[in-house]
Design a protein around this ligand. Structure first.
Ligand code: COA
Ligand code: MG
Length: 297
């Protein structure tokens, strides 16, 4: 049996693009095996009609058993344990080789504990990923995030469509009503070593709008974004990969701190800007992320 994944294994893994698809759509599953996304989420929840739930569950488990997803992390999104399909979904996923189970509408630490317990028989590397998409979690973000210290919880995905519905807020391109929630979620996740992805952009024919939304997600600190259509993958990967200017900055920070006259200093000048040891850490991380992205091209 492989050992459980360490936080260090997971922290630098490229998670730029996570493509959802209904597990009830065999054509989409076949296509996902060829697409340049970092992650694939086989959905049993919102994208699958009630009458198709059982067939979708069987198709998702069969797709994982068949394999062929290469470097992509593959998750199955389960129906909640409070629905008639949840327990059977969790049991089926726990018995599979999926990299993760994504669970919906988490509100409180107890929800994470219940899902973690439902995975007690799963392979040791199976991760628990949670949708952050309810009004109920707002006051509980730090407590839910802290569950990562004692459970399989390792990644959060924003669910802005559900959040908009619950808040009765309008989903406009600037996403003003959701910005405090996005920032609080990123901070709570980071405080506990959890990776975090932004939500979907429903306007899948408008790639200009998509790119602007992806850039907003990058600005907020997300590792990547959830996607609903293959056309969104390339622009998403571009936005969430370090660019040439970022790499040049990282190189110059590393070189500057390496100069004999800067030894033992905490703050120096690089390209006319104050640069501290914390920036050196950021620069090293950026180069390592770029190296890992290069490794999957
Ligand atoms: N994953 C993999 N392949 C997909 C895909 C996806 N999410 N969405 C579309 N495709 C494929 C189609 O099967 C089609 O393949 P083909 O060229 O071999 O026939 C191709 O990409 C073009 O599809 P297109 O005609 O542009 O889209 P559509 O109108 O068929 O589907 C959606 C539009 C939104 C219904 C579809 O993209 C979808 O189901 N997205 C995921 C929805 C989801 O999972 N939601 C839950 C999370 S919010
Ligand atoms: Mg949802």
């Amino acid at each position: 049996m492989p050992a459980p994944l360490t936080a260090a294994d997971l922290a630098l893994r490229p998670r730029r693009s996570a493509l959802y698809l209904p597990a009830s759509n065999p054509k989409a599953i076949a296509k996902a095996r060829t697409l340049p996304c970092d992650m694939v989420v086989l959905d049993l929840e919102d994208a699958v009609a009630p009458e198709a739930k059982e067939a979708a569950r069987a198709a998702a488990v069969a797709a994982i058993a068949e394999g062929g997803f290469g470097h992509r992390e593959v998750a199955i999104r389960a129906n909640g344990l409070d629905t008639e399909w949840g327990a059977a979904d969790l049991a089926a996923i726990a018995g599979s080789r999926a990299d993760a189970v994504l669970v919906p509408k988490v509100n409180a630490p107890e929800d994470i504990a219940r899902y973690h317990d439902a995975l007690s028989g799963a392979h040791p590397q199976m991760q628990l990923w949670a949708m952050i998409e309810t009004c109920g979690i707002v006051g509980n973000l730090p407590a839910v995030a802290a569950m990562a210290r004692t459970t399989r919880l390792s990644l959060w995905i924003m669910g802005i469509n559900d959040l908009a519905k619950e808040m009765r807020a309008q989903l406009t391109p600037c996403r003003t009503p959701f910005q405090p929630f996005l920032a609080m979620s990123v901070a709570a996740a980071r405080a506990n070593g959890i990776a975090i992805l932004d939500g979907v952009c429903n306007e899948f024919r408008d790639l200009e709008l998509f790119e602007a939304e992806a850039r907003q997600g990058l600005l907020f600190g997300f590792d990547g974004k959830s996607l609903i259509h293959p056309a969104q993958i390339e622009p998403c990967n571009t936005v969430f990969s370090p660019g040439e200017a970022d790499l040049a900055w990282a190189q110059s920070v590393i070189e500057a701190f390496g100069l004999p006259e800067n030894q033992g200093k905490g703050a120096i000048r690089v390209d006319g800007r104050m640069t501290e040891l914390l920036h050196l850490e950021q620069a090293r991380r950026l180069l390592e992320v770029a190296r890992r992205i290069e490794g999957i091209q």
